[in-house]
Design a protein around this ligand. Structure first.
Ligand code: FDA
Length: 498
């Protein structure tokens, strides 16, 4: 409530925020979590909490009148649909050169993501964050994160025959025939539950095409894991539909301004809370935007100039291939990917490409891929005093190196299979999905904008604990790394600062 005083305030309830909330509470600290998105616990009029990918309604997108599907086109036209403006679960945030998809709600990105829970190879992690003791990460914090997130692996015998993974087996076959390595990818979706979906004995979720607008069953999103444990301590309060708009020093702590919003996005109340410590966990984009604005507006003028720098898209690029009639990818596809093509060791263009589902409800003969590449470009956030908004200077053309890296895999596969790229999935005659990302990273890099544990330079009691700490790339899907790094940092902060 307005005027409250709290020992710790966490901004955002994604991976970083959930780790902070749980570990602080276990250390005896009362925590308030302010989350701009909704608490996704109440079913809509159809009895479901979330809507499906094939039938989107207002619940799908954050304050939009039309859907903005990542794969937004098919056979010559856009298949985006009109929807009610509502505080839906997936935000497609548009900057001048890129759209950034993010989860909105209690649980952050865990509500909308593909659940792929990948621990990078140790040497790749060590190259990305050289100031972090990689040995310690792999001995202690990655295992801790994997266990608390509920990561599980697919039953490989079941995989070989499951109808819903035909698309993945076709993707694997094509990779193998062109000499590429591949690997199974762990997930937080309960594979035992998925088996029952395939057998038709439970309500289908992954097999009903549910993913980017939320899963109604099967998925161990953060509200089922870290956040459930955090609220279970009795020391954590989560305020949903509460958007943090300012943080300024006040006495020995910080005054945090919070707008309470309704489901149309209108402010219904403005509250001020004084917190001794503030943990920025609003995601790479949310944290960077907030800190860059606070510095530019003079509220936190002593923040390092490294704040807002080194943002990257994890080299994301998507592409589809058109298979022959004998290589159908299946009508029934699990929305949870479970297999990746590993070409990271190719010095000419490292890439890790997940074999992605395309659950259209009909046979499309499409093999779809999301490639993570080693894109060297980095963007920065800047505050525009005219509009009062923060922009990001990423250019779409900067993704050419990602396309080039992905082509090293898929040109070869196409040649071998005698197939071609689909040009109708990301626009009309547009092969590459190069203008959006699912993996925003950086903007407040560890050991640069903060110390080696996420303490912001210039302000005692301010911390960053989310994806903005990682400088633009993780070599694989990022959430396990974000979680493990948060576990490492919060342990040190609790031991030394409290
Ligand atoms: P995260 O974005 O999770 O949480 C930030 C939270 O802060 C959000 O809930 C947001 O609403 C809130 N917030 C922002 N600003 C605020 C403010 N001013 N006030 C209050 N609250 C605020 N990764 C992976 O490893 N495997 C995968 O399979 C996928 N798949 C995938 C699919 C899709 C569609 C998306 C969009 C993303 C993925 N990802 C993924 C990426 C993954 O979800 C992402 O890296 C993490 O969620 C980032 O975790 P953070 O803790 O940094 O922020």
């Amino acid at each position: 409530a307005d005027g409250d005083q709290v020992p710790a305030l966490v901004i955002g309830s994604g991976y970083g925020g959930s780790v902070a909330a749980l570990r602080l509470a276990q250390a005896g600290v009362d925590v308030l979590v302010a989350e701009m998105g909704m608490s996704w616990t109440q079913p809509g009029s159809d009895g479901d909490i979330f809507c499906s990918v094939l039938k989107p309604d207002g619940r799908s997108y954050w304050l939009r009148e039309k859907t903005d599907q990542p794969v937004g086109y098919f056979l010559g036209g856009s298949y985006n649909k009109d929807i009610d403006r509502y505080t839906g679960v997936l935000d497609s945030e548009k900057f001048s050169g890129i759209r950034v998809y993010q989860g909105r709600g209690v649980g952050g990105g865990s509500l909308v993501n593909g659940g792929m829970a990948v621990t990078p190879k140790q040497e790749n992690f060590a190259a990305i964050l050289p100031s972090v003791d990689a040995g310690e990460m792999y001995a202690t914090y990655y295992p801790r994160a994997n266990s608390a997130l509920g990561v599980n692996t697919i039953d490989q015998a079941w995989f070989e025959s499951a109808e819903c993974y035909k698309f993945a087996r076709v993707g694997r076959k094509h990779a193998e025939r062109s000499g590429f390595g591949w690997t199974f990818v762990p997930n937080v979706y309960d594979f035992e539950y998925m088996k029952k979906e395939q057998a038709n004995t439970v309500r289908r979720s992954a097999l009903a095409g549910e993913v980017i607008y939320g899963n109604n069953a099967g998925k161990r999103s953060l509200d089922k894991t870290y956040l459930a444990a955090a609220t279970g301590t009795g020391k954590v309060t989560i305020a949903a539909q509460h958007l943090v708009t300012a943080v300024t020093p006040s006495g020995g702590g910080y005054e945090v301004t919070i707008a309470q919003i309704d489901t149309k996005g209108n402010t219904t109340a403005t509250k001020k809370v004084v917190a001794q410590r503030v943990f920025f966990a609003a995601g790479s984009v949310g944290t960077s935007k907030l800190l860059v604005a606070m510095k530019a507006q003079g509220h936190l003028r002593d923040l390092s100039d490294a704040v807002g720098q080194k943002w990257g898209n994890n080299g994301n690029v998507m592409v589809g291939r058109a298979n022959h009639m004998w290589d159908g990818t299946g009508i029934l596809q699990s929305s949870m990917p479970c297999l990746g093509i590993d070409n990271w060791a190719d010095a000419g263009g490292p890439a890790f490409a997940e074999v992605a589902p395309f659950p259209a409800g009909l046979e499309t003969y499409v093999s779809l891929y999301l490639a993570i590449t080693k894109n060297p470009n980095r963007a920065r956030f800047t505050f525009d005093s005219g509009t009062g908004k923060v922009d990001l200077n990423w250019q779409t053309s900067w993704n050419q190196s990602s396309i080039d890296a992905a082509k090293r895999i898929f040109d070869k596969i196409n040649k071998k299979e005698g197939t071609i790229y689909r040009t109708d999935l990301f626009g009309v005659y547009k092969t590459w999905g190069d203008d959006f990302t699912y993996h925003p990273l950086g903007g407040c890099v560890l050991n640069e904008a903060t110390d080696n544990y996420g303490r912001l330079h210039g302000y005692q009691g301010l911390y960053v604990i989310d994806g903005s700490l990682i400088p633009g790339n993780t070599s694989v899907n990022p959430f396990v790394t974000i979680t493990a790094l948060a576990e490492r940092n919060i342990e040190r902060i609790i031991a030394e600062d409290l």
